[in-house]
Design a protein around this ligand. Structure first.
Ligand code: PLP
Length: 394
């Protein structure tokens, strides 16, 4: 009997990353009322009505079937044209695969291009599902560690330090999650050159690239000389158009890699949801005022949050883009777990601890700009009341 049941278990490749802090925070939050949650990366703003309307109409007109596996031709064309216009890339419509969010694109990239034992360089702190996607493919995530004193900005030098003969791919996420750091154009150029010199694939995750503040500038490495044939650009509609629940994104890759990527995408998902593709088409080809309005809302929230953190005395990385602020909490004299649990229990404010964003990350919290400005102001007041004025040590 036990011999038969020994097969009833997860595959060896599954690595469940248990977080006792995540569990304790969720348990505490469940028992509290009035918690202001600044921990999730899901925009609170609704999807603009014209986008919802396009999906509704499409459904009523029969968009209830599979589409072309790689995406509706009109959407692939619109994506290629928008990328060319906004970022100067030269991807053809046939070099676009529409996926169930950027998340699926990331898994397809790893499964289609990484062999067991290949090393993939990822920034930390960074979006940790890259690590899981690399694991899933049997690859080895290798960490390019960025630090607070460098504003967590990924540099070619961080990558160069960890290259080995087994390195196959480098992932660039700019603006980054959780640090909100934008990698400046001159550094992207250096990273691109490094990839050419070492014959590496560059994955450029540009999901936050439209959400950029002040004078920060995001460039697409795929548009740089010699980079089209080695760059995979990942993007999506979740963040820029408040469409997380629609599950639609894309990858853009050189034609030579498309058959492999499209085949894995077909195996994983067949195609992205038809109605969501119609919504995405309306988002990308329709009026962009909604997006400008959202950007203004996030900019105001960011200002209020920065003011609040300045008042408490918690230093943070320059939030050049994206939807977060990454603040250091070590000067409170508390451990990260103590800080997060005290913020939750006493201030009823939930934030994400840095240990969620890669090994070694400690002493920081990610605070999302994804609640109305009044709630953000209230959260900052509550944190001030609980922690008071913190004296910065460095
Ligand atoms: N890439 C980054 C850097 C993210 O932060 C996220 C989500 O938070 C994703 C990709 C996944 O986005 P999507 O909703 O398009 O799957």
């Amino acid at each position: 009997m036990s011999e038969v049941l020994s097969n009833i278990r997860p595959a060896d490749r599954v690595v469940l990353r248990e977080s006792s802090l995540r569990n304790s925070m969720n348990a505490v939050a469940a028992g509290l009322s009035g918690v202001i949650s600044l921990s999730r990366g899901d925009p609170d703003l609704p999807t603009p009505p014209h986008i919802v309307e396009a999906a509704r109409n499409a459904l009523l007109e029969g968009a209830t079937h599979y589409t072309n596996s790689a995406g509706m031709p009109a959407l692939r064309e619109a994506i290629a044209q928008t990328m060319a216009r906004d970022n100067g890339t030269a991807y053809d419509a046939d070099e676009i695969v529409v996926t169930a969010g950027a998340q699926e694109a990331m898994s397809c990239v790893m499964l289609a291009l990484i062999n067991p034992g290949d090393e993939v360089v990822v920034p930390i702190p960074g979006y940790n599902t890259y690590h899981s996607a690399i694991d899933l493919a049997g690859g080895i995530p290798v960490f390019a560690v960025t630090t607070f004193d460098e504003d967590f900005s990924l540099k070619a030098a961080h990558i160069e330090k960890v290259l080995t003969p087994k390195t196959r791919m480098v992932c660039l996420i700019s603006p980054n999650n959780p640090t909100a750091t934008v990698v400046p154009p001159e550094e992207v150029i250096k990273i691109a050159k490094l990839c050419v010199d070492h014959d590496l694939i560059l994955v450029s995750d540009e999901i936050y690239a439209k959400l950029v503040f002040d004078n920060h500038r995001v460039i697409s490495p795929a548009a740089l000389p010699g980079m089209h044939e080695r760059t995979i650009t990942i993007n999506g509609f979740s963040k820029a158009y408040a469409m997380t629940g629609w599950r639609v994104g894309w990858l853009a890759a050189p034609a030579s890699l498309i058959p492999a990527l499209a085949d894995i995408h077909h195996t994983v998902a067949i195609c992205a949801t038809a109605a969501s593709q119609h919504a995405a088409l309306a988002a990308i080809t329709g009026p962009q005022e909604c997006f400008v309005e959202m950007l203004g809302i996030y900019a105001e929230r960011r200002r209020v949050m920065m003011r609040g953190l300045d008042r408490i005395g918690l230093p943070y990385a320059t939030p050049g883009g994206g939807m977060y602020i990454y603040a250091r909490v070590t000067d409170t004299g508390l451990s990260l777990d103590e800080f997060c649990l005290k913020a939750l229990r006493e201030a009823r404010v939930q934030v994400s601890p840095s240990t969620f964003f890669g090994p070694g990350g400690d002493g920081f919290v990610r605070i999302a700009l994804l609640r109305p400005v009044e709630e953000i102001a209230e959260a900052m007041d509550r944190l001030y009341k609980v922690f008071g004025r913190v004296t910065t040590s460095a």
